[in-house]
Write a protein that binds this ligand. Sequence first.
Ligand code: ZN
Length: 187
Amino acid sequence: MKKYYLDNFIWNKETSEIRGLPRPYVKVNKLYYFLKPVGFKNKFKRYLHTIVPIPWQSIPLFDNFGALLDVNIDHESEVVKNGLCAYCGIKFKEKEICIRWTTQNFMPTVDGKNSSLDKNIFPRSRVFSDSYPHHLECMQQARIFCPFMRTLIDKNFEIGEYDILRSNHFKHIEMLKNTYMGAKNEL
Ligand SMILES: [Zn+2]
């Protein structure tokens, strides 16, 4: 597990600014070990691991049932603008092989709030960096520690050169925008 966290490298205001892997971590309250507050199917017995590394773009909450992470708006706004990996905060090289989640189906918002039209669906908080490329190793870690990401399967992702995946990200957002605006007009 050393690859996923360093001893005493605990998440706080200072460590949250450090880029790269491993990420600073939080120790999760026992309450959350088996808590399954969300509707999606989870084949795992455990909901959260004892220790959870925190993505560069996130702020740990764990104090509000259902909401595990909040968005670090400053970091989030840098991801697409500067071509960074949301998990570690490091910039991609043009042809770097990376991975992107392709089945995100809610229109993202800047802060992740109100990204679903249906307020009964919770949580469906999506941000723009969700469908943006990630490093292979970073996505692997997200798929271990994030209770939602770990329910996804390999075909929910695409792997390829950064510049191609970045372009696919923008097409994806455009498609969501059309769907979202279309649905709004029908209401
Ligand atoms: Zn990364």
